[in-house]
Design a protein around this ligand. Structure first.
Ligand SMILES: NC(=O)c1ccc[n+]([C@@H]2O[C@H](COP(=O)([O-])OP(=O)(O)OC[C@H]3O[C@@H](n4cnc5c(N)ncnc54)[C@H](OP(=O)(O)O)[C@@H]3O)[C@@H](O)[C@H]2O)c1
Length: 309
């Protein structure tokens, strides 16, 4: 009897030690929370969700300790400084998190763990007239964009085992974002002005979270980590104005008139790319991914939003 229990316990320990360990940084942000939602669907991995209170990525020794103690095989870096306008004033802090802390992760992970790092369409200047490919030149126009661009460069210079996923217009039922703001303002106001000359594609963070874990799963199955830069957003193209109209339509908001305005009529501290549609051909082909259209994802998202605004 005692032997049976001992053998069963040993089997559990063996199975546990065979599971690959995945560290999620910035796990309380929009994308991090969406990843945490789907963790139970991937029992073959052990997940370690952390945020600044449990693992500050600016603290290199803490990262080192965490990775060694928990035998981390993959790091999904969702931690970032994301306050785009505030970054114009908080330049040092923004670079410390989006560039220097990424260097910490890269130096510690080198030879130990593979990194999946999230970047942004803001690395581009927005002057393109066709969907942006991974090979297109970057030319960030804001402090945030520059810090993320340098974060990418630091990673590529330091580690070979890294995947950088550039995404855009991220929203989720967690945290603050455009969808929640438009619903709140749509309920509060009779009219609203929304920019109509910035073109891109929204990304439902839940879709991106699934894509990231799919990539890790595929890498494990094929024993091949396809390092490099990839673009991911939902499919389709729209302006912020189009996006707002669809949000209001799906949320049943009928009492707020939405007016299209130009970027010039809505000045912001940080310059935003005018055109930031991402070409997703590479990520779809490399990982056999199907990406939902942004309208379909918005419908799904709003089902999960009820009660969160
Ligand atoms: N949001 C977008 O529209 C958008 C668009 C394109 C790309 N992206 C990229 O997508 C990724 C995820 O974005 P998101 O919207 O999920 O961001 P988010 O909601 O702002 O989450 C970022 C998380 O990182 C945490 N964090 C900040 N400094 C940290 C540190 N030193 N150590 C550990 N954690 C730290 C933040 O904590 P605090 O809240 O306490 O600071 C927050 O929980 C980021 O890389 C972002 O640049 C976002």
């Amino acid at each position: 009897m005692f032997r049976l229990v001992r053998d069963r316990r040993q089997k559990i320990i063996d199975r546990e030690s065979m599971r690959r360990s995945v560290l999620i940084t910035g796990a309380n942000g929009q994308l991090g929370c969406e990843l945490q939602q789907i963790i139970p669907l991937y029992p073959q991995f052990r997940f370690f969700p952390t945020d600044i209170d449990t693992l500050d990525i600016c603290d290199k020794q803490a990262i080192e300790r965490f990775i060694v103690n928990n035998c981390i095989n993959y790091i999904i870096n969702c931690a970032a400084y994301t306050a785009v306008d505030k970054a114009e004033d908080e330049i040092d802090l923004c670079f410390r998190i989006n560039r220097d802390a990424v260097r910490n992760l890269a130096e510690v992970a080198c030879g130990k763990a593979k990194i999946i790092h999230i970047s942004t369409d803001y690395v581009f200047d927005g002057k393109s007239e066709k969907p942006l490919r991974e090979t297109d030149s970057t030319n960030p126009q804001s402090v945030y964009g520059k810090s993320k661009n340098e974060g990418e460069q630091v990673l590529l210079e330091t580690v070979s085992d890294c995947i950088i996923i550039r995404t855009a217009w991220l929203y989720s039922s967690f945290g603050n974002n455009f969808v929640k703001t438009m619903i709140r303002l749509g309920k509060e106001r009779d009219s609203l002005n929304v920019v109509n000359d910035q073109i891109g594609t929204p990304t439902y963070a839940a879709d991106l979270a699934k894509a990231i874990l799919h990539i890790i799963e595929e890498s494990e199955k094929s024993n091949l980590f396809q390092a490099g830069i990839y673009h991911y957003s939902n499919e389709g193209v729209c302006s912020w104005y189009d996006f707002c109209l669809k949000i209001h339509e799906l949320a049943g908001i009928k009492t707020c008139k939405v007016h299209p305005i130009s970027t010039a009529e809505f000045p912001t501290k940080a310059v935003r790319p005018v055109y930031s549609v991402l070409d997703k051909t590479k990520i779809k082909a490399s990982f056999n991914l199907t990406i939902p259209h942004w309208e379909e994802s918005l419908i799904n998202a709003l089902k999960n939003f009820s009660g969160s605004f």
